[in-house]
Ligand binder design. Structure first.
Ligand SMILES: Cc1ncc(COP(=O)(O)O)c(C=O)c1O
Length: 197
């Protein structure tokens, strides 16, 4: 592995994180590593690094309390999310714009139900992360497939096909995947601006 201890800046603190440290995950009920000896499970986006020290410490502190009843989403959560967006993207989301979700996939499934009606179509740029498709189909909506162009090993947005697909009456929602899984594309400002209806 190429990475040596990497310096990570977090909230003004500098941390040393050793990405070279190998942690054996076999026998830990890991979906990824519950495989035969010698099998290399590269199909799932599941990191083998330990969580960053502040995350680990916060969880340890919480565990130390010993009681794990029903929880509420507290103000600290809202300000942590606001701070991340503002530090990284100069964007200041208001608290009332935010809803808590336990994962990206359940959130996608919820907004498919919120913004479309059964039988309507959702535009996806394939190939794309399989759960995007199940979030549409399992909610009784249809996939409006608008494949990415593929030339000389590079994927890109086919804007003519996209325009045609967006003009369809049945297409009510488009799900943009950025960074795009599985192509690895990080869509640049120009591409996103051109693709915005
Ligand atoms: C594009 C994309 N969205 C969502 C997910 C799932 O995210 P999570 O399991 O953190 O909800 C993945 C996982 O690989 C993904 O590739």
């Amino acid at each position: 592995m190429l990475l040596c201890p990497v310096i990570m800046a977090q909230r003004g603190k500098i941390m040393n994180i050793d990405f070279d440290k190998l942690i054996d995950r076999r026998g830990t009920s890991s979906l990824k590593w519950n495989v035969a000896d010698g099998e290399l499970p590269m199909w799932v986006a599941d990191m083998d690094f330990a969580a960053a020290p502040p995350i680990y410490e916060a969880m340890k502190k919480r565990l130390g309390h010993g009681v794990f009843g029903y929880a509420v989403v507290n103000d600290e959560w809202y300000s942590a999310v606001q701070s991340w967006w503002s530090r990284r993207h100069g964007f200041a989301p208001k608290k009332e714009w935010m809803l808590f979700s336990e994962g990206v996939v359940p959130a996608i499934s919820s907004f498919v139900r919120a913004f479309t009606a059964p039988g309507e179509s959702v535009l996806l740029q394939t190939p794309v992360y399989n759960c995007f498709i199940s979030c549409v189909v399992d909610n009784g909506r249809k996939v409006a497939d608008c494949p990415l162009a593929y030339e000389n090993g590079v994927y890109s947005v086919d804007f003519a096909a996209l325009e045609e697909c967006l003009a369809r009456e049945d297409v009510k929602l488009m799900i943009v995947c950025n960074p795009h899984n599985p192509t690895g594309n990080i869509w640049d400002r120009q591409t996103l601006a051109t693709a915005s209806p």
